[in-house]
Ligand binder design. Sequence first.
Ligand code: NAD
Length: 499
Amino acid sequence: MTYQTLLEACGLSAGQTSSGSLAVTTPVDGSEIARLQTHAPGDVEAMVATAKTAFKAWRDVPAPRRGELVRLLGEELRAAKEDLGRLVALECGKIYQEGLGEVQEMIDICDFAVGLSRQLYGLTIASERPGHSMRETWHPAGPCAVITAFNFPVAPWAWNAALALVCGDPIIWKPSEKTPLTALATQQIFERALDRFGDAPEGLLQVVVGDAATGNVLVESPDVAVVSATGSVRMGRAVGPKVAARFGKLILELGGNNAMIVGPSADLELALRAIVFAAVGTAGQRCTSLRRLIVHEDVYDKLVPRLAEVYAKLPIGDPLADGTLVGPLIDGAAAETMDKALKAAAADGGTVHGGGRALVDTYPDAAYVHPAIVEMPAQTDIVREETFAPILYCMKYRELDEAIAIQNDVSQGLSSCIFTTDLREAERFLSASGSDCGIANVNIGPSGAEIGGAFGGEKDTGGGRESGSDAWKGYMRRATNTINYSNALPLAQGVSFDI
Ligand code: NAD
């Protein structure tokens, strides 16, 4: 299948993708695969106005009926899974299997949201006053901007959109300027669901094509009730204060610097498999990628040399080809950042295994790299940074408290895990004084979360939660209702106010 045929299979016509100022390249070989028109600030403002009108109609549609639209979206995604999964691989460079997994995540969250559409529960609360009842009700919040990163071009949109839609909020999506095609293809899929649904208001999903400045129009608009932004800590620092200044609702899903502790009792074979998937999957470009391995000194020499052997044989290549496990980095700049980090780590006393460019002759315009393992004498500044590339820093520890302290001694707080068969160690790691991350796992790597749990992290990761559990509350506003069904007017706290 040629790139052009794939775009067409995803509903993107040559007319739509052949002119404009935004050049879209594929990391597979660095070639240009499309040109797109970008939206001007005025276009974005008009989209916000459309979403505002759509909101007025959509908020009054019963939530289970809104769920029906999401059910249809899930069906359309099932039908489009292979093509969209392939387009994800082509546009962001992750392997096809991971592209399929990303679309499956979209389907899973649709299923979750359909059930949720009948469970947007509030509490009933005991009133202190006779003849009174109290309850809380949840109402749609308003238009929701979803800003997404290049490395997961579609799933995080779905985590937000499926919930926002059943919660009654129209969506304006600003995908990464590096991966707009998957967003436009998803919009086509959504349109098919809308056609089958019938009577939805116009503008439930609008896609903005553009860069950070374009996204900023959404961030600053007082008519955008919820801003859910996924990306770097730098982006969060720019977006967060602006949304806070206008008291908008904010969901931030920012960078991670995720660690695994491997205890002396760990099943090392299990750990090895988990490490390799988490550290080199998506070529180390997941927010949850494993970046730091903290290994007990008694098992370090059994684990790390084996890991280096596995790394040396990893199949690197075209992410669309069968058998490839490591695709390219998104672009040359990412490969340069990786090189710089490896040099800094070596300067800090690290021993580097692997690293450097791969497949340069076959793909001179792409950025394939050899994943790297770096044995570090200590957790230095470069280890504390999130370098968005397949670098795994390995460190030794003696006591569990020391390992937990190393794990927590970074500014990010997304995902973490421990490999151990010792119940005390596992529970200590999960306790209040254990991992300080939003995700803490036992005998499972830090990446590849299921949609049923709330996803997100603490500290510089931004504090947002998306996907399962009660993350839906972020897309709604809460009202507390007190109802007096008596003939008296007793005041709370026994206050006397006779007139
Ligand atoms: P990025 O921050 O460069 O861009 C992310 C998105 O934000 C893009 O759509 C970009 O156009 C937009 N943006 C950037 N600055 C903005 C601004 N000032 N105003 C409005 N919009 C702005 O990130 P990236 O390179 O695309 O993605 C990689 C980063 O994303 C990594 O740090 C990774 O850990 C993080 N990430 C986090 C999660 C998570 O769920 N926690 C998921 C995926 C990626």
